[in-house]
Design a protein around this ligand. Structure first.
Ligand SMILES: Cc1cc2nc3c(=O)[nH]c(=O)nc-3n(C[C@H](O)[C@H](O)[C@H](O)COP(=O)(O)O)c2cc1C
Ligand SMILES: CCCCCCC(=O)C(=O)O
Length: 378
């Protein structure tokens, strides 16, 4: 391991201010900084939170069987997605309404990710518009689309993303309506109604033209009318595919048959995800769904994963089970709440370094060799 890695591991020791390292510490730190409603919104899952818990528990039930004496001196953690090389197998998952955590929200997150050339996936319901984020941060960026009932609004947002330099479109397909979120009902908290997610809508000419009036209340009502889209189906996906030259990924795939249909519809990549346990409670954990999805697409498209990834050894397990890359969700949101841009950078540095240590100690020296690493259910 290089001296730089050791330095990074020791970064907290002797430094003046301690920054949380573990996920549990980050969560506690964020709880102290955020309002009860905002923290509850980020932390919680749907229903009885069975899936939220299962996401993490499933990772813990998997064990790495490492190799030794395999010369890991020349570690290579780079990956290739859609023809572009990234230095780490990590992306930042789309997280909407980040002003709940920090005023600089998506701007701070995109700047932190750019420091490491980690792609950030900007949410449709971001707190800053896609053009503002593109102007603030020059790193790789993808755009996450929530389908709009007025489909011309969807196509308009995709066109804007292309023009602003976003490199892929991620259509989220597990959110045709909001999950049953008891914590938010208890707290009477809706960040959408508070306007934290309106930036991409209030800057969209097609959306604005569709409204009778363009005051703040009408914009928010317009978003609520558009964002629930129970009619979404494969025809929309096929039409969207025709409308963009960018790689199109579907986020929220758990069933191998849906994965096959996605490939048949020309989709370029999949994200195995249960939305961090925030949509349908009781569903399979993402890491348990992953090998079946990977098998069903048989290498035809890259399969990424999110939901429950908390540390470097989780990244190793996901890549060993066939993921092309992983997306981090809540950990970076908590980093943002605790320390703004600097907090996100710290979370990413720890993920990067722990991932490197975990791959090396597994006896593997390149990401492309991780699928040969033995993982057992213990
Ligand atoms: C506060 C919050 C907001 C989110 N907003 C979005 C969003 O706008 N679009 C989306 O596709 N997924 C959204 N997600 C889901 C994440 O992209 C991701 O699937 C999930 O956070 C992964 O699980 P993890 O947080 O356990 O890592 C959100 C998640 C959280 C916690
Ligand atoms: C209709 C779904 C709106 C969801 C907004 C943000 C999100 O994805 C979340 O998990 O919260």
């Amino acid at each position: 391991m290089s001296t730089a890695n050791v330095d990074a591991i020791l970064q907290n020791i002797g430094s003046e201010e301690y920054f949380p390292i573990s996920y549990e510490e980050l969560e506690q730190g964020a709880k102290q900084k955020m309002s009860a409603g905002a923290f509850g919104y980020v932390r919680s899952g749907a229903g009885g939170e069975e899936t939220l818990r299962k996401n993490e528990d499933s990772f813990k039930k998997l064990s790495i069987v490492p190799r030794v004496l395999s010369d890991v001196a020349g570690l290579d953690t780079s990956i290739n997605l859609f023809g572009r090389i990234y230095p780490h197998p990590l992306l930042l998952a789309p997280v909407g309404m980040l002003k709940m955590a920090d005023e600089q929200a998506d701007l701070a997150v995109a700047k932190a990710a750019a420091e490491h050339q980690i792609p950030v996936v900007l949410s449709t319901v971001a707190s800053y518009s896609m053009e503002e984020v593109a102007a603030a941060a020059k790193g790789p960026k993808w755009f996450q689309l929530y389908w709009s009932n007025n489909e011309e609004v969807s196509f308009s947002m995709v066109k804007r993303a292309e023009e602003a330099g976003y490199e892929a479109i991620v259509l989220t397909v597990d959110t045709v309506m909001m999950g049953w979120r008891q914590e938010d009902m208890r707290n009477r908290f809706s960040p959408l109604k508070l306007g934290y997610g309106k930036a991409n809508y209030e800057t969209d000419p097609v959306f604005l033209n569709s409204l009778g009036s363009q005051d703040s209340d009408s914009i928010i009502q317009g978003i609520l009318d558009n964002i629930h889209h129970p009619g979404l189906n494969w025809k929309h996906v096929a039409e969207l595919k025709k409308r963009t030259s960018l790689p199109l990924l579907l986020k929220g795939i758990l069933h191998p048959e849906d994965a096959k249909l996605a490939v048949a519809n020309g989709i370029d990549g999949l994200i195995v995800s249960n939305h961090g346990g925030r949509q349908l409670d009781g569903v399979i954990s993402a890491i348990d769904a992953l090998p079946h999805v990977v098998e069903s697409v048989n290498g035809s498209v890259p399969v990424l994963i999110d939901s429950g990834i908390r540390r470097g050894s989780d990244v190793v397990k996901a890549l060993a089970l066939g993921a092309a890359a992983v997306l981090i969700g809540r950990p970076f949101v908590y980093g943002l709440a605790v320390g703004g841009q600097n907090g996100v950078e710290k979370v990413l540095e720890n993920f990067i370094q722990e991932t490197k240590v975990s791959i090396s100690l597994s006896g593997v020296s390149s990401i492309k060799d991780l699928p040969s690493l033995k993982i057992v259910r213990a």
